[in-house]
Design a protein around this ligand. Structure first.
Ligand SMILES: Nc1ncnc2c1ncn2[C@@H]1O[C@H](COP(=O)(O)OP(=O)(O)OP(=O)(O)O)[C@@H](O)[C@H]1O
Length: 277
């Protein structure tokens, strides 16, 4: 009987937590070098969604990610990942980071390892799985990004788009439920960009992920996003669907979308900051 009660309680817990957003930020203020970069940030990223975080260069997109991965401690407010506050202590922080896959700008592939060895790296570092299992998992991850045939190639033998996909397979190695893409299209041509963005969507569906894509590539990202936020001038200036973004008349958002140098967003935000004067 007690066992049944425990089982019911744990089912109830699972049901409540699955309603929680994958990421929640509330009343968040983030500072760098003593200067406020972002303030009054309220954001809920629903589980299973692809959310695009857009904004001009220097607007604070990387700073927002740093708060999410626990690299930057908020000056005020809260960041929760799967219902738990991002820990500050090293051990729980490392445990949380294993649940968050990050595709970094610039891939970060090790040049003296093959594609397969690069993908195996997180599995070798963070698990005690036997070699045969690791090989099988690596094969599955490379298959997921359409690069099984490239397993034995070194990064210098891969095109930019292929290297990005190997890095993506590596970010997925530990089966994280949350994926963060930091400028995933930098340096890619339009065809490779299309391949990477459709992979982001497809992996989100097939692996049941939640994805956050930080980018200034609006036109390539909107077709695969469920939700978009725009940050500019130190805060969230838009939050809505891609269709709502397309239709917005907000001058600040329009300036960013249309790439106009003059308007409510200063061209060089750093230069105008009082500390930088
Ligand atoms: N370590 C740091 N110390 C001081 N200021 C910083 C630091 N990192 C970033 N900043 C400042 O914070 C602001 C936001 O930078 P951030 O890198 O988050 O912007 P971004 O939107 O990611 O830009 P980009 O698209 O160019 O990568 C900028 O004004 C930047 O100069």
């Amino acid at each position: 009987m007690a066992k049944l009660r425990r089982l019911r309680a744990s089912i109830a817990r699972v049901n409540t937590t699955s309603d929680q957003p994958a990421v929640r930020m509330s009343g968040l203020r983030l500072e760098r070098g003593g200067r406020v970069v972002l303030r009054d940030i309220e954001l809920a990223v629903p589980r299973g969604s692809v959310t695009a975080v857009l904004g001009p260069s220097g607007s604070g997109k990387s700073t927002l990610l740093a708060a999410l991965t626990g690299e930057l401690v908020p000056a005020a407010g809260q960041v929760e990942v799967f219902g738990e506050q991002v820990p500050r202590a090293q051990k729980p922080l490392l445990a949380m980071r294993k649940r968050v896959g990050v595709l970094l700008q610039g891939n970060g592939l090790l040049t003296d390892l093959t594609a397969a060895e690069n993908v195996a790296l997180p599995l070798r570092t963070h698990t005690d799985l036997p070699d045969a299992v690791i090989r099988r998992l690596v094969d599955m991850k490379l298959h997921a990004v359409g690069l099984r045939a490239a397993a034995d190639l070194f990064p210098r033998e891969l095109s930019g788009g292929m290297a990005r996909r190997v890095a993506l397979a590596r970010a997925l190695a530990l089966d994280p439920p949350l994926m963060i893409y930091d400028e995933p299209l930098t340096g890619l041509d339009p065809i490779a960009s299309g391949v990477v963005m459709s992979l982001v969507r497809r992996l989100n569906e097939t692996l049941g992920l939640t994805s956050i894509v930080v980018t200034h590539h609006v036109h390539e990202t909107m077709p695969v996003a469920d939700h978009a936020i725009v940050i500019a001038n130190g805060r969230i200036v838009f939050s809505g669907t891609p269709a709502e973004l397309d239709a917005t008349r907000d001058p600040l958002v329009r300036q960013f979308l249309e790439g106009q140098p003059d308007g409510p967003i200063p061209f060089d935000t750093t230069a105008r900051a009082p500390e930088a004067a």
